[in-house]
Design a protein around this ligand. Structure first.
Ligand code: CIR
Length: 268
């Protein structure tokens, strides 16, 4: 079955959530200091403005103190023009975020379904390419969840493939992104994984792996601040960029993609 074109539509909307003060206790692999709620909210405002400047209507949900990582809205849901899927994040402190984001999905989509079964999928493990949606197994996304999600996507007319996120990488998309026009940005390890077949890959220069997580939003690619070699590589590949600070998000392993759910409304 051929997938519908995944990335050739214009995004019209995004859902975000203001970082809570409790983000200071957010999950992280390595402790490099606690993020500050105030500083994170200031960076978040710039992020929301960049999405608006790219032409999106942005819903900013209120901060949710009971879920320290809840500003990373990419993980509890996945959005397609046909509808949204409420996911089940695969770590105890975040599992309930699916229910928390449900009302925001219902407000924007006629069709919202919950991930079938009892497996786990984090949205950060889902990479949408033009002809296939890749689902990375990780410490957060298990086989049961990935298979159930792939089956659901197939029922909606999309090609889906399950692959292994490389060892030590939090989410599949921590190490790769789509730049648009069929081009992928990936760390060297991810680029060598074989997941991308013959597709064109821009490899993230040495020492800048964090910058593998960028987002293409309509005419521009949003790139994290502080990664000049990656920025130059993306621009050399012909993409227009906007640089944004992610210093607070980074302290709790967050990047640009995890801070929003981007989608095209059905009418667009
Ligand atoms: C977590 O560990 O779940 C958060 N501290 C960071 C989530 C980042 N999300 C993403 O990469 N999709």
């Amino acid at each position: 079955m051929m997938a519908r074109a995944g990335l050739s539509y214009r995004f019209t909307h995004a859902i975000t959530r203001k970082p809570a003060d409790s983000v200071a206790t957010g999950l992280r692999a390595v402790d490099t200091g606690d993020p500050s709620g105030d500083a994170f909210r200031a960076e978040h405002e710039l992020y929301v403005k960049a999405l608006q400047d790219a032409g999106l209507t942005v819903d900013v949900l209120p901060q949710l103190e009971s879920y320290p990582d809840s500003c990373f809205v990419e993980d509890p849901a996945f959005c397609l023009p046909e509808g949204a899927i409420q996911l089940r994040p695969g770590t105890a402190s975040r599992e309930g975020e699916g229910k928390e984001i449900r009302a925001a999905l219902d407000a924007r989509f006629d069709k919202v379904v919950e991930l079938p079964g009892s497996g786990y999928v984090d949205g950060g493990d889902i990479l949408m390419l033009d002809d296939v949606i890749l689902i990375g197994l990780s410490a957060r996304t298990n086989r049961e969840g990935a298979d159930a999600f792939a089956q659901l996507l197939k029922e909606w007319g999309y090609n889906a493939e399950v692959c292994e996120t490389p060892e030590g990488v939090l989410h599949f998309k921590t190490a790769c992104s789509t730049l648009g026009e069929g081009v992928i940005l990936a760390t060297e390890v991810m680029a060598k994984s074989g997941f991308f077949g013959e597709r064109k890959v821009v490899v993230v220069p040495d020492g800048e792996d964090y910058a593998a997580n960028v987002i293409r939003v309509n005419a521009v690619v949003l790139v994290p601040e502080g990664y000049p070699k990656t920025l130059a590589a993306i621009e050399a590949a012909g993409f227009k960029t906007v640089v944004l600070p992610t210093h607070e998000a980074r302290k709790v392993d967050g990047g640009l993609s995890c801070l929003s759910l981007r989608f095209a409304s059905k009418a667009a």
